[in-house]
Design a binder for this molecule. Structure first.
Ligand SMILES: Cc1cc2nc3c(=O)[nH]c(=O)nc-3n(C[C@H](O)[C@H](O)[C@H](O)COP(=O)(O)OP(=O)(O)OC[C@H]3O[C@@H](n4cnc5c(N)ncnc54)[C@H](O)[C@@H]3O)c2cc1C
Length: 479
């Protein structure tokens, strides 16, 4: 038996729903709620939604940022009850039902927090400047800059008659992001750039993927991990498993006492939930994810939901739901539906909108601490169930793995499925068309059209002997 709380709504005649974050979770919640009689405010620090599964394509110069991101405002333009605010959310006042931004406090009746996740360097944040991770468009552009700059610096050095420096690209972390980055870096080095340099041979670039566990893609079945490693090897990637990175410094990665020279280091090893999770003041797990109730609400606050990468929830078998887009999307839609139903049933009952929560083995909410301003009755809320349609991981050109229950696919067919799914889910018809054309073109020609180096010309670790001024090994390298 579940219970329901009848809450104090804001004084607004129309219930206010505030959504923090316009990623997969937040955006889907907003779209699913948009036809309901509520006022929705979507708050995001960026003015665009990023299609993160294709970030590695921006990082490796296959696509431009505009092809994988779209303005939030334009995505939601036809939803007249949705207001988009570009603002950094700093915290919450759950008692007074306010979202705190640097500019203003935003009142809500329902709050959906979908602020996603960032990188974790496992207590070594000092590694970040030498080993950027891939989470945002800015990260992708920084990785692209470093990768392309490495080739330019090596070419410049070799053009003066010096021996060309060996280019070593090291990717730390053999999950889906590390695997796709390593595979695509191999593709660029060994194919896309081979005819464009005169003094260096980009095909000599050494790509190393380091994984701390015994196999790459640990979340996939063992046969697919094996296949992924074989496909990586075929693309020219060296894979080292059971190798724990112990130190990162400019130009080098250490596994134990072994120093591995690294021209470019990329971090794909750890994920940490948004710090906003901690601000909600309820228990979080080791990755900073909020331990939510089965209806995705915050313990003690039935009017607050946490979804997507920021939420920690186990499935029926006790397995933690993965931090993937379909989970965030389904959770966003689930919460939207739940809110809509509650408001509708509330309208029918012509009482103040009730908030309810599902049953759990622990004491009913009404028996525990009562949230501020709440009264309780005994309606029930549904429980979130994730519909797992399968997992796909791309590795590189015509290389991927796919797991649909007991059906395991590798290679070209898996890659085609990956391509199809990702183009289908990309936001905006224009982007879908552009990406499809780009991919078809680069598949035939091996070309990577977005090879622009923008911003600084500093490459951490371009070492003293490669540097024109040995006195300043870390100085900016003017091109
Ligand atoms: C490189 C990469 C590749 C991936 N590939 C895949 C894949 O192939 N398939 C798959 O299913 N999943 C993939 N994922 C995972 C997937 O992208 C995430 O699971 C999904 O984005 C989670 O959605 P979300 O809504 O929880 O968070 P996000 O999509 O991360 O959105 C969070 C939003 O919150 C905003 N935000 C954060 N903090 C604040 C703040 N303080 N104030 C205001 N706004 C804030 C951010 O700007 C962002 O827009 C990938 C992730 C990455 C990083």
């Amino acid at each position: 038996m579940a219970n329901r709380v009848t809450s104090n709504m804001t004084s607004s005649p129309i219930p206010r729903v505030v959504i923090v974050g316009a990623g997969f979770g937040g955006l889907n919640a907003a779209q699913a709620l948009a036809k309901s009689p509520v006022h929705i405010t979507v708050v995001d620090r960026a003015n665009y939604h990023t299609f993160q599964p294709l970030l590695y394509q921006v990082a490796t110069a296959g696509l431009s940022p505009g092809e994988i991101a779209a303005p939030i405002r334009s995505i939601l333009r036809s939803d007249k009850n949705v207001q988009v605010l570009m603002a950094e959310v700093a915290g919450f006042d759950l008692d007074r039902r306010l979202v705190k931004t640097s500019e203003a406090d935003i009142p809500y009746d329902y709050l959906i927090v979908a602020a996603g996740a960032g990188h974790s360097y496992f207590g070594h944040d000092d590694w970040e400047p030498y080993a950027p991770g891939l989470k945002t468009i800015e990260d992708a552009l920084e990785i692209r800059r470093r990768v392309l700059l490495a080739f330019e610096l090596a070419e410049r050095q070799a053009s003066t008659g010096e021996t060309a420096a060996q280019l070593n690209f090291v990717v730390v972390g053999g999950g889906p992001t590390g695997v796709e980055l390593a595979g695509t870096l191999a593709e660029i080095s060994h194919h896309a750039l081979t005819h464009e340099f005169r003094s260096i041979d980009p095909a000599r670039t050494h790509i190393l993927l380091i994984e701390g566990g015994p196999r790459v893609l640990p979340a996939y079945a063992e046969d697919l991990s094996r296949s992924a490693q074989e496909q990586l090897n075929r693309l020219g990637v060296e894979v080292r498993t059971s190798a724990i990175v112990t130190q990162i410094e400019p130009g080098a990665v250490y596994t134990g006492d072994t120093r591995l020279p690294a021209t470019v280091i990329l971090w794909a090893a750890g994920v940490a939930a948004s710090p906003l999770g901690k601000n909600l003041g309820t228990p979080i797990d080791r990755a900073g994810r909020v331990l939510v109730e089965p209806d995705l609400s915050l313990p003690g606050h039935a009017e607050v939901f946490v979804i997507g990468d920021l939420a920690a929830l186990k499935d029926e078998k006790g397995k933690m739901l993965p931090g993937v887009a379909p989970v965030a999307i389904q959770q966003g839609r689930f919460v939207a539906k739940l809110i809509r139903h509650e408001l509708e049933s509330n309208n029918k009952a012509a009482v103040a909108p009730p908030f309810s929560r599902p049953s759990r083995e622990e004491p009913a909410l009404s028996e525990r601490s009562e949230p501020k301003g709440g009264d309780f009755d005994s309606h029930s809320r549904p429980t979130f169930h994730y519909w797992d349609k399968g997992s796909l991981a791309t590795i590189g050109r015509a290389a991927a793995v796919a797991e649909f229950g007991r059906i395991h696919i590798s290679g070209f067919i898996a890659w085609l499925s990956w391509l199809f799914v990702h183009i289908l889910f990309l936001i905006g018809f224009r982007n879908r068309l552009l990406v499809f054309i780009q991919w078809a073109w680069s598949y035939v020609t091996y070309e990577r059209g977005a090879r622009l180096i923008t911003g600084s010309t500093y490459l951490p670790g371009w070492t003293a002997d490669q540097h024109p001024d040995p006195a300043q090994p870390d100085a900016v390298h003017p091109l």
